[in-house]
Design a protein around this ligand. Structure first.
Ligand code: TXA
Ligand code: MG
Length: 324
C-alpha cells in the first residue's frame, strides 16, 4: 500500500469525502490536528483500532485518545464532574486531553481504552473537528508515527513513517502547536498531570482554581506514553549543551551559540527570539532534520522549563533517555 497524500485546501469537501470513505471501511487515515498529525480510525470499531495498533507497532496495553466534535458526544463517552466541565469549557476545542470515568452509554471500544474504566477525551479544532461531527462517532487517534519515534508534525513525516501501511494522508501543512496535547486526569476535585503538552499547567490552574498535581518522577507510571524512552532519533542526544565537537548537529535557542558550534555539521535555532511557542512548533521537525543530517550526536541548548517549556523539556528528556 502507498498512501495518497491529499491536501485539505482548497477542496475541503473532497478531502472530507475521501476521509469518510476510509473511516467507514474501518481504515485508519493520517489526519492533521492543531497539535500533531494523528493516525485516526473509528473508535467504536475493533478492526479499525487493531489496524491503528498494527500500523504504529504500538503495544496494545497503551490506550488511545478518543477525539470528539462537541460536548454532547463527549458526555456520551465519559462522566463529567463540574470541574471536568469547567476545563472542557475553558480549553475545548484545543490541546487538552481529559482522562475521565467511562460513562455507561459509552460507545468507544475496549480495545481502545485497553479495558480501563477511564477514557482519554479530546476535542480538536478545525478540519478534524468537522470530520468527527460529520462522521458522527469519536475517532481514536494516536500520533501518526511509528511507536517510540518522533511525532509527525507534517504530512511528509507521516508518509515516511506510515505511508506504506495506510491508504490516505490528509495534508494541512505543518501543525500549528507542534507538540501533543496536555493529558490531565480529573478525579472529582483533584487534577493530575499525566503528560505536559500544548496547554500550560499555569493556564489550567488559572481556569480550574485548584492546583495540578505532578506525579513524582520516581512514582508509578500513569500514562503508558510516559515510558522513559520515546521520541527516539538515531543519533545520541546531549541536553543543556555547553560545548560541542566538530561534526555534531546543534540545536540552539534564543540566538545563543553553543561554544564550538562554528565547526558543527548542522545548526538550527528553535526560536531565535527565544519564544517558547515557536520553539514548540519547530521541535520535532528540527530533531528529525538534525537526525537526518547523519551527525552521530545532537547537542541541544538549555530550554527554560516554564510554561510551554515544561512540555518541550519533557520531550527532549525522552528523546535523550537510554534506549530499551
Ligand atoms: O495531541 C495529541 O494528544 C495527539 C493528537 C493526534 O490528538 N495524540 C496523541 O496520542 O498524542 P498518543 O496515543 O500518542 O498519546 C496518548 C496518550 C498515551 O500516553 C496514553 O497512554 C494516554 O494518552 N492515555 C490514553 N488513555 C488513557 C487513560 N485512560 N488513562 C491514562 N492515560 C491514557
Ligand atoms: Mg505518540
Amino acid at each position: 500500500m502507498t498512501a495518497e497524500i491529499l491536501p485539505i485546501a482548497p477542496d475541503e469537501d473532497r478531502a472530507l469525502a475521501a476521509a469518510l470513505d476510509h473511516l467507514g471501511r474501518g481504515l485508519p487515515i493520517g489526519l492533521p490536528t492543531e497539535t500533531v498529525y494523528g493516525l485516526a480510525g473509528d473508535a467504536t470499531n475493533p478492526e479499525a483500532i487493531a489496524r491503528i495498533y498494527e500500523s504504529k507497532g504500538r503495544p496494545r496495553f497503551n490506550p488511545l485518545i478518543a477525539h470528539v466534535s462537541d460536548l454532547e458526544m463527549a458526555e456520551t463517552q465519559a462522566i463529567f464532574s463540574p470541574l471536568a466541565r469547567r476545563l472542557a469549557e475553558a480549553f475545548w476545542p484545543g490541546a487538552l486531553t481529559l482522562v475521565l470515568p467511562l460513562a455507561p452509554s459509552h460507545s468507544v471500544h475496549e480495545l481502545m481504552t485497553t479495558g480501563l474504566d477511564t477514557v482519554a477525551l479530546r476535542m480538536p479544532r478545525g478540519f478534524a473537528n468537522r470530520l468527527i461531527a460529520v462522521f458522527g462517532k469519536p475517532l481514536a487517534a494516536p500520533s501518526a508515527n511509528r511507536s517510540g519515534k518522533i511525532s509527525a508534525t507534517d504530512a511528509a513525516h507521516v508518509a515516511s513513517d506510515l505511508g506504506d501501511r495506510i491508504g490516505l494522508i490528509l495534508d494541512a501543512g505543518p501543525t500549528p502547536i507542534g507538540l501533543e496535547s496536555t493529558i490531565l486526569k480529573v478525579d472529582d476535585d483533584s487534577l493530575t498531570l499525566l503528560r505536559p503538552g500544548g496547554v500550560t499547567v499555569d493556564d489550567i490552574e488559572a481556569a480550574a482554581g485548584v492546583p495540578v498535581r505532578r506525579p513524582r518522577p520516581d512514582g508509578k507510571i500513569q500514562a503508558p506514553g510516559m515510558l522513559s524512552s520515546h521520541y527516539a532519533p538515531e543519533a545520541a542526544i546531549v541536553l543543556d549543551a555547553t560545548a560541542c565537537e566538530p561534526g555534531d548537529a546543534v540545536i540552539r535557542f534564543g540566538s545563543r551559540p553553543i561554544p564550538g558550534d562554528e565547526a558543527a555539521a548542522f545548526v538550527l535555532d528553535l526560536s531565535p527570539e527565544g519564544d517558547l511557542r515557536q520553539a514548540a512548533a519547530n521541535l520535532f521537525n528540527y530533531l528529525k532534520q538534525a537526525d537526518a543530517s547523519g551527525a552521530a550526536v545532537i547537542r541541544v541548548a538549555a530550554i527554560p522549563a516554564e510554561g510551554l517549556g515544561e512540555a518541550i523539556v519533557d520531550r527532549l528528556q525522552r528523546a535523550a533517555a537510554p534506549r530499551p
